[in-house]
Write a protein that binds this ligand. Structure first.
Ligand SMILES: CC(=O)[C@@H](O)[C@H](O)COP(=O)(O)O
Ligand SMILES: NCC(=O)COP(=O)(O)O
Length: 241
């Protein structure tokens, strides 16, 4: 089964636009779970432009599905993981003011650093995943960091999907097989949507989890959050009857 983790960053973006608590990020997380989300993902950024660190502390007490916290592993991130003890921490190599995540780790250059960070996260009982480009050279070094999983950075897949979906998915299938043979769990995310998700799942049926935010929240404006979550779940459940 491929789990759907709903990224609620964009709910916090709307909330922050007016300085109050509408929409309520915690309530949306609870409702998303009720509507079928199998996990909740947040990506607190250093400028707290959407998810704030205190949102994470509130969410940790109420999320009953899989809580996944993404981010660059600076001191503050490590401290929030120590305090929140989420099911999963996804390490992303983002510089502080980047618009959105735009690449995976160079697991060759950062192998030793990642190894130490991952060892510390394991002490907190948190599963680790590292955000990674679909390039074979990064997978064996990723395994050597001790990470439990990798998350395939799917923006290039999404942006090439409408030009040539077979070509777009090809590098992902190759690295997914490699990850699997190395014993790495496999997540995927970034710019996945109702057009491209099913094809990714068809080609990599053994994906453990996808985390989806931007497109899913945009779709919810038209279809409602409950219907939207169910639509995304259906893209992933096609092989399960
Ligand atoms: C790690 C990743 O892929 C990102 O998609 C991220 O979680 C989204 O971040 P923003 O919502 O800040 O664009
Ligand atoms: N890890 C990817 C994620 O959480 C959501 O990315 P996006 O769907 O907002 O692009």
């Amino acid at each position: 089964m491929t789990k759907l983790s709903v990224n609620i960053n964009k709910i916090a973006t709307i909330r922050n636009a007016r300085g109050g608590n509408n929409p309520d990020v915690v309530q949306v997380a609870l409702d998303a779970e009720k509507f079928g989300a199998q996990g909740i993902t947040v990506h607190p950024r250093p400028d707290e432009r959407h998810i704030r660190y205190d949102d994470v502390m509130k969410l940790k007490d109420v999320v009953t599905t899989e809580f996944n916290i993404e981010g660059y592993p600076d001191k503050r991130f490590m401290e929030i993981i120590r305090l929140a003890r989420p099911a999963q921490a996804t390490l992303v190599p983002d510089p502080p003011h980047v618009l959105t995540s735009n690449t995976g780790w160079d697991t060759i250059a950062h192998q030793e650093e990642l190894k130490d960070i991952i060892a510390e996260l394991h002490e907190y009982g948190t599963r680790t995943s590292i955000f990674i480009n679909p390039d074979k050279k990064y997978f064996e070094p990723a395994k050597l960091t001790g990470t439990d999983r990798v998350e395939l950075y799917t923006e290039p897949y999404a942006s090439n999907f409408h030009k040539n979906k077979q070509e777009a998915v090809k590098p992902y299938v190759e690295v997914a097989k490699m990850a699997s043979s190395l014993g790495l769990g496999l997540n995927a995310g970034h710019d996945l949507d109702l057009d491209n998700l099913r094809f990714l799942k068809e080609n990599i049926p053994f994906l453990d989890e996808v985390s989806i935010g931007h497109a899913l929240i945009c779709d919810a404006l038209y279809y409602g959050l409950e219907n939207t979550i169910q639509l995304y779940r259906r893209q992933l459940e096609m092989d399960e009857g």
